[in-house]
Write a protein that binds this ligand. Sequence first.
Ligand SMILES: Nc1ncnc2c1ncn2[C@@H]1O[C@H](COP(=O)(O)OP(=O)(O)OP(=O)(O)O)[C@@H](O)[C@H]1O
Length: 276
Amino acid sequence: MTLLQVENLKKVYADGTAALGGIDFKVEAGEFIAVIGPSGAGKSTLLRCLNQMVGPTSGKVIFQGADTINAGNRKLRQIRREMGMIFQGFNLVERVSVLTNVLHGRLGYMSWRGALGLYSKSDIQEATRLLERVGLGEQIHKRADELSGGQQQRVGIARALAQKPKLILADEPIASLDPAASEVVMNSLYTFCKEDGIACLCNLHQVDMAKKYATRIIGIYKGTKVFDGTPEQLTDEMIELIYNQNKGGGADGLSAGEGVNDSSRGLPVQKETVLA
Ligand SMILES: Nc1ncnc2c1ncn2[C@@H]1O[C@H](COP(=O)(O)OP(=O)(O)OP(=O)(O)O)[C@@H](O)[C@H]1O
C-alpha cells in the first residue's frame, strides 16, 4: 500500500495568501525525499498540511489508507504518532533533560501517565538506546539547552524515532547549523530512516544536500510542484529554472485563486520527471 497519497492539496491562509496551489504526489515506504524550492515556495506549509498542524483548504492527504483531513481526534492522534516531525529550531523543551525530551516522543502512545512523567522502564531504555544511537549516550542527563545546535537536532531525531514513525517530516532540519553539524545531522537522519525503513520528507534549502542524500527530489515553486524526479534528473539547468524564476516574481505566495501554470513560467515539462 502507498504510504502517503497527496491529491490536489491547496492551502489559502486567512489573509488570502495561497501558499499551495494544488499539489499531488505519492510517497512509498522507505523513500527519502527532499523537498526543495525558493523561500516562500510553500515547503513548510506542505509538510504542516500533511500532519494537520496547518489545516489544508482542500484536497486529500491519505496516510496508510486513512483520510487525515477528515480524521477525528483519536484517529489524528494515531496518525500523528506515526508521522514524526523534526523542526528547524529543534523544538526541544530546553530546561529539561535530553532523555526527557526523547521520552516526549512516547507521549502519543500514553494517556495520563505521560502527563505525570510516568514513563515505563522499557520507554526509558529505548530512549537511552536511541540517544546512544545518535551519538549522545554521554549527554542524556544534561539539560537540552546545554547542547550544541547539531547535538540538539540529533535529540530531535531521537525524539522522532521514539515515536516509531512510518514517516518523518523534517522541516529544514539543518537550516540553523554550520556545514559540519549539517553533515552529521543529515547523515544521522538518512541512516536511521534507511535502517528502520522509515520514509522521510525533508525540506531543504541546500540543493547539494538534497542531491547527496535524497532518493527522490520534489521541487516546489509558488505552491506548485515543478519537479519530481531522481537526484540525477535534477540538472543544473533545472535547478536554475526552479530558483531563478523567483528573482523577478518574488515568492510571496500566490494570490488567492491564482493557479500556477508551469508552462507559462517557461519551466520545461518533461513527462514523468517534471510536472506530474
Ligand atoms: N500563517 C501564515 N499566514 C499567512 N501566510 C503565511 C503563513 N505561513 C506562511 N505563509 C505564506 O505562505 C507562503 C509559503 O510559506 P512557507 O513558509 O510554506 O514557504 P517555505 O517554502 O517553507 O519558505 P522558507 O523556505 O522561507 O521557509 C509564503 O508566502 C508565506 O509568507
